[in-house]
Design a protein around this ligand. Structure first.
Ligand SMILES: [Ca+2]
Ligand SMILES: [Ca+2]
Length: 309
């Protein structure tokens, strides 16, 4: 009797396993939410983009919710790009504080492997950053969630020249010799280090920025130096920060933008004319000799119609 019972038990278990293997037809459809590429080595302080994709195996989908979590110590959320998404209806599109939430749909269901969105991050500290799908992620067909697997990604932030920092930037530039004082200029590296305030002298000259370690990493990626000088057109110059000490040639700084809109035109001209001697409103004193006269006038004419970077 005991033997019979144990045989029945084995049979029952076998049937149970059999029924699990022969899943109902609805479970023949499955979906995978995944990140592409799944692994990537990225440079410190540079941006990289990963694709969020939904692969529906044997079925179709008309809506996807992809919730990502990422480590804020290593990565900074930059943006979500949905221009090439297969799903043209946007329901949710947010990122930041360790979470990215994307919900999109389409009226005509999609089959196969489809792009949901591209997400751009910036590596802000070295280490292996795991980006995974968080709860709430779903691939839906007509209101029913399809059985889902998710595949996370690992993005290793490295500094190819660990410990190498740009410490010195020499900026070569020129201002008119008739300038009688120093112009204040705000210097910054776009998307990188803090802004520096420097005094620019007349003639062909240079200014030196001294930058401490840990602010601006040596890399082979093109950066932009911005020089915004009072009463002048802004200059933006591309450079590659591939050494600890850099020299960047900015060229001539064009004076005449009195109203600081980065163009020298009739507005500046009319301010100059209305500020002329004997009124002598020094806001239009371009060469800083405390008078508004023909010297300022000729400087403006020389640069008239100029537009800054
Ligand atoms: Ca102007
Ligand atoms: Ca003057």
């Amino acid at each position: 009797m005991k033997k019979l019972l144990s045989r029945l038990l084995i049979l029952a278990l076998s049937l149970e396993i059999f029924s699990l293997l022969n899943l109902p037809s609805v479970y023949a459809v499955s979906a995978n939410l995944y990140l592409s590429p799944a692994n990537l080595s990225v440079n410190l302080n540079s941006e990289f983009t990963i694709a969020v994709r939904a692969d529906v195996n044997g079925g179709q989908t008309n809506a996807v919710q992809a919730n990502l979590s990422y480590p804020t110590a290593l990565l900074q959320f930059v943006s979500i790009d949905t221009i090439t998404s297969a799903f043209d209806i946007q329901a949710e599109n947010t990122g930041g504080s360790g979470s990215v939430k994307i919900a999109r749909g389409i009226l005509t269901p999609k089959t196969g492997d489809q792009l949901v969105a591209n997400v751009t991050f910036k590596g802000i500290s070295t280490g292996a950053a795991n980006v995974s799908f968080a709860s709430g992620s779903n691939v839906v067909d007509g209101g029913s969630a399809i059985p889902l697997t998710t595949t996370p990604g690992t993005y290793t932030v490295t500094s190819t020249q660990e410990g190498n920092w740009v410490n010195k930037i020499v900026i070569n530039l020129s201002l008119p010799d008739v300038l009688q004082g120093n112009l204040i200029s705000k210097v910054s590296i776009i998307g990188e280090s803090p802004e520096y305030s420097v005094d620019l002298k007349p003639g062909t000259t240079s200014v030196t920025l001294t930058i401490p370690d840990g602010v601006f990493a040596v890399s082979s990626l093109t950066k932009k130096l911005k020089l915004a000088t009072e009463k002048s057109l802004t200059r933006v110059v591309d450079f590659i920060p591939n050494a600890k000490e850099l020299t960047i040639n900015v060229g001539s700084i064009k004076l005449g933008d009195i109203n600081s809109d980065n163009a020298i035109n009739s507005i500046d001209y009319s301010i100059l004319i209305s500020s002329y001697m004997p009124k002598n409103d020094t806001k239009a004193d371009l060469n800083l000799d405390t008078v508004v006269n023909s010297i300022d006038y000729s400087m403006m004419l020389a640069n008239f119609s100029g537009v800054g970077d």
